[in-house]
Write a protein that binds this ligand. Structure first.
Ligand SMILES: [Zn+2]
Length: 253
């Protein structure tokens, strides 16, 4: 199996994933916990948590890449769950690398563009403002389709069970923002979006979507954010020949 120096991998990822594009992200993006110097096996997962760390250690992972890391804003105290989580990583000598908003936005490897590709939407432009910049995309279906057919496709491709609300439109122009992206709905009128797909269900989105006549699809925070880390895993396997494993820990939310 091929190996790569940890520092070289970190520099590659920092550059390739465009971390500098999001200086205001609450997530401390990049290397959060330093593990062994040589990397042979990469793990990718959505959430940094005990289940994932245990599975990573069992599979011989040296370097773990997650969308939701451990450090948000900074560390005030290393106690309780945080202590246990960091201790697990240090004892297993596994590096933890986090990539939050850059991995929603990224035009090649990001969650949103990956969803567009899976749902056969041709990219029309950026969509969905979050913390002052757009992190999602909107795209067009090949032809007008019914909401139920489109939801069936989303469920199959994202391995999920979406909640959909039909506000009377056929599906043609679809806005996509992964995770907890409901507020991106405000962008829908600007781009004549008829259908908005995001991750987590939001009560607040309902009446807004009803009045805008925009169909809503909530495909799950977890399910919409598996695709970016998986794309990064494929990239590292292709570029460096490293072994990669996706550690699945669905929340159903
Ligand atoms: Zn998220």
């Amino acid at each position: 199996m091929k190996s790569l120096r940890r520092d070289k991998l970190v520099s590659f990822l920092n550059e390739e994933l465009g971390l500098s594009e999001f200086p205001k992200d609450d997530s401390i993006n990049g290397l959060q916990v330093e593990g062994r110097e040589s990397v042979r096996k990469i793990g990718v997962a959505v959430d940094a948590c005990e289940y994932v760390f245990e599975a990573a250690a069992d599979s011989g992972v040296d370097f773990l890449i997650v969308h939701h890391g451990l450090i948000w804003g900074g560390i005030r105290a290393m106690t309780g769950c945080l202590k246990t989580r960091i201790k697990m990583l240090l004892e297993a000598d596994i590096s933890l690398y986090a990539c939050h908003l850059p991995l929603d936005w990224h035009p090649l490897h990001g969650n949103n563009i990956q969803i567009l590709n899976l749902l056969r939407l041709s990219k029309a432009g950026e969509f969905g403002e979050y913390h002052g910049r757009r992190i999602g995309y909107w795209g067009r279906t090949k032809k007008e389709t019914s909401l139920s057919d489109f939801v069936t496709l989303a469920d199959r491709k994202l391995n999920t069970d979406s909640i959909a609300m039909d506000f009377g439109r056929k599906v043609r122009n679809v806005g996509v923002v992964s995770g907890g992206g409901w507020s991106a709905l405000y962008d829908a009128e600007r781009f004549d979006i008829d259908t908005f797909l995001t991750g987590e269900p939001s009560h607040s989105a309902y009446t807004l979507a009803e009045e805008m006549k925009v169909n809503l699809i909530f495909s799950g925070h977890y399910a919409t954010e598996t695709v970016g880390v998986m794309a990064v895993g494929r990239l590292l396997h292709k570029k460096f020949g490293l072994g990669t494993v996706f550690i699945d820990h669905p929340t159903g939310l």
